[in-house]
Design a protein around this ligand. Structure first.
Ligand code: SAM
Length: 243
């Protein structure tokens, strides 16, 4: 299984230490800022929203779930607050974030893992989810993670993830700002990556998933608007693990 590009890890590590230095008086806040929250209140509110989304897509007690790119446990802490009962595994490339998740959620399992794979047995998971992770990966890396997700999901298990797309007028400025920065010779830093729904459909077909469903970032009909777009797909029942 392929190993994460050294440059990605370097960019992340640099960003994390800058933020930890800036907020050295409040380490929890510093780590919350590393994963994109603006305050601890915002961190909790976003985590609660993520749990509502998971419940909408079928999360139930007793399930085995995998949080890819779990960060310092925004979702894990919200699951714990919500009283969800089940088997949680998180994985991330940054050790300080994983340590914070373990501290805050001692009953959950979290790993530092730097390969493009899931630390899970074949057909062992009911749900795999990730928020703001494919937003920082190359499309090829997304495909590799989706292939391994297919392997690790039980038949009938679901993959739910968020992504950025140029068609969303609220996402497009991120792309434009980055292009401007690159044109001006500025430091690129952590990659902001965009996907197209057609690509996600293509990847899903390639892996063997059902046709994905999508939710616009501003759509609040079933749960609070997520801001990033959401993709959901299922490993068909009756699949053996040939991905
Ligand atoms: C914006 S943060 C989101 C964290 C978490 N999903 C949440 O919503 O709170 C992105 C996370 O993805 C992690 N990450 C980046 N590249 C990764 C990779 N290749 N595999 C797993 N995690 C990765 C980062 O370390 C970071 O914690």
């Amino acid at each position: 299984m392929s190993i994460l590009a050294r440059a990605t890890l370097g960019d992340y590590t640099w960003m994390m230490w800058r933020k930890r230095l800036r907020d050295w008086r409040n380490p929890r806040l510093a780590l919350a800022r590393v994963i994109g929250a603006t305050s601890l209140e915002n961190f909790d509110a976003q985590g609660d929203g993520q749990v509502v989304v998971l419940r909408h897509y079928g999360l139930a007690d007793g399930m085995a779930v995998y949080d890819l790119g779990c960060g310092c446990g925004r979702t894990a802490q919200a699951l714990q607050r919500a009283g969800w009962q089940g088997s949680y595994t998180g994985a991330d490339i940054l050790a300080p974030l994983v340590r914070e998740l373990r501290r805050a959620c001692p009953d959950y399992t979290a790993h530092v893992h730097r390969k493009l794979s899931l630390l899970a047995d074949d057909a062992s998971l009911d749900m795999v989810f990730h928020w703001s992770v494919f937003t920082h990966l190359k499309p090829e890396e997304c495909l590799i993670y989706m292939q391994d997700t297919f392997r690790a999901l039980k038949p009938g298990g679901r993959l739910v993830f968020s992504f950025l797309e140029l068609e969303d007028p609220q996402h497009a400025p991120i792309f434009a700002r980055r292009a401007k920065r690159i044109a001006g010779g500025g430091k690129e830093g952590v990659l902001d990556s965009f996907l197209h729904r057609d690509w996600i459909r293509h990847f899903a077909r390639d892996c063997g998933f059902t046709e994905p469903d999508f939710t616009d970032g501003q759509d609040g009909s079933d749960h609070p608007p997520f801001w990033q777009s959401l993709a959901v797909m299922e490993k068909p029942v009756g699949e053996d693990n040939q991905a």
